[in-house]
Design a protein around this ligand. Sequence first.
Ligand SMILES: *[C@@H]1O[C@H](CO)[C@@H](O)[C@H](O)[C@H]1NC(C)=O
Ligand SMILES: *[C@@H]1O[C@H](CO)[C@@H](O)[C@H](O)[C@H]1NC(C)=O
Ligand SMILES: *[C@@H]1O[C@H](CO)[C@@H](O)[C@H](O)[C@H]1NC(C)=O
Ligand SMILES: *[C@@H]1O[C@H](CO)[C@@H](O)[C@H](O)[C@H]1NC(C)=O
Ligand SMILES: *[C@@H]1O[C@H](CO)[C@@H](O)[C@H](O)[C@H]1NC(C)=O
Ligand SMILES: [Cu+2]
Length: 362
Amino acid sequence: MKITLSTLLATAGLLHSASAHYCFNRLIVNDNITSEYEYVRKNNNSNSPVTAVNSTDLRCNAGGLLTGSTTKTHSVKAGDTVGFALDTAIGHPGPIQVYMSKADSTAKEYDGAGEWFKIYELGTSDITDEGLQWATDQITNFTFALPAKLPSGEYLLRAESIALHGASTYGGAQFYISCAQISVEGTATDAPAGDFVAKIPGVYTGNEPGIMLNIYYPVPTNYTMPGPAIWPSGSEAHAAVFVGESAAASATATPSATTPAAAATSAVNVAAALTPISTPTPAAYSAPAYSAPAAYSTPAAYSPVYTPVYTPGATPGASSGGAVQVYGQCGGSNYQGSTTCVSGATCQRWNDYYSQCVAGSA
Ligand SMILES: *[C@@H]1O[C@H](CO)[C@@H](O)[C@H](O)[C@H]1NC(C)=O
Ligand SMILES: *[C@@H]1O[C@H](CO)[C@@H](O)[C@H](O)[C@H]1NC(C)=O
Ligand SMILES: *[C@@H]1O[C@H](CO)[C@@H](O)[C@H](O)[C@H]1NC(C)=O
Ligand SMILES: *[C@@H]1O[C@H](CO)[C@@H](O)[C@H](O)[C@H]1NC(C)=O
Ligand SMILES: *[C@@H]1O[C@H](CO)[C@@H](O)[C@H](O)[C@H]1NC(C)=O
Ligand SMILES: [Cu+2]
């Protein structure tokens, strides 16, 4: 397939300025948009993303474990429609996911060290010859139903947007995160367990196909949401539902109440029979390839990522010193390779994280 400059311009999203960043700053409950940081914990890093998947900042953003006591907790019922509104429309490509974790006592006091489970995801709306099309693109709010079988208790409700424009290198994906505090009145007692739960950090290694991938070239033909399956009914496609709209209005919106009981129950039983996943040990994160800077300069460590863009037969040296082929990466803040393009191509900067050789001269 032919990739034109306009295709790349259209998909790249182009800008990566701080003004293109965004925060989930308001909780929505049954179509009522609450005030900024009234029920959402304030972070201390403005609108910057978290990039370290092994940091406790991945729970509730930087500073988000320090502001629970000054944040209110909203009462809701299991099955209520909740959501988040953003300060700025989402300008980066990637999915949104929502996780929950039950507090030992109150949400205000809870540091999120317990188990988290996923209840919602909003990913691609389409996959075309131009690549992944995101249902999250330019949205300013989204809503979804809390699981009807959520047990009573106080919870952190965590929204994350995973921005993938610079995700072709390890650590390049950006996580925009906020935690809201809710107190749920439920009737069920079955808590999520087994494969449905994970610790944060621990839920991601950073190497998942949905977290470390080049969304521009080769043009992806599929996308896999990172993290556990949605509790209680497993993974499913969601249409975007915005504040004020009815979920029933959309054909692919949340599933009807008829699918679930049996399937969900057996899923939980199967999961419960499995050995619960333990939190990945630090060793999983400190593998030499990531901890030793030297590992970044050896061609072997990088060949899985860059192989597609180099000419077959190119010497290993080409990855650090040679000219980069058209469509190959030639710059970006985490990039260690050559910044020179082959004759007849120019290194085009798409954003802080990704520059690419395109045909033509400057
Ligand atoms: C909506 O939320 C605002 C801000 O939290 C609150 O003052 C108001 O009472 C709520 N309205 C309803 C109908 O719940
Ligand atoms: C922000 O919070 C983090 C913890 O998430 C803390 O390490 C850091 O010192 C805080 N920064 C400021 C400026 O308060
Ligand atoms: C797409 O599918 C292929 C083959 O199953 C897999 O190797 C790859 O990781 C997937 N990509 C994403 C982004 O999920
Ligand atoms: C919510 O999103 C919808 C769809 O993008 C938009 O029409 C509406 O104005 C948004 N409302 C708010 C308050 O952001
Ligand atoms: C996270 O991983 C990075 C890269 O391996 C390492 O430098 C850092 O110390 C780790 N941080 C924590 C909190 O484990
Ligand atoms: Cu950004």
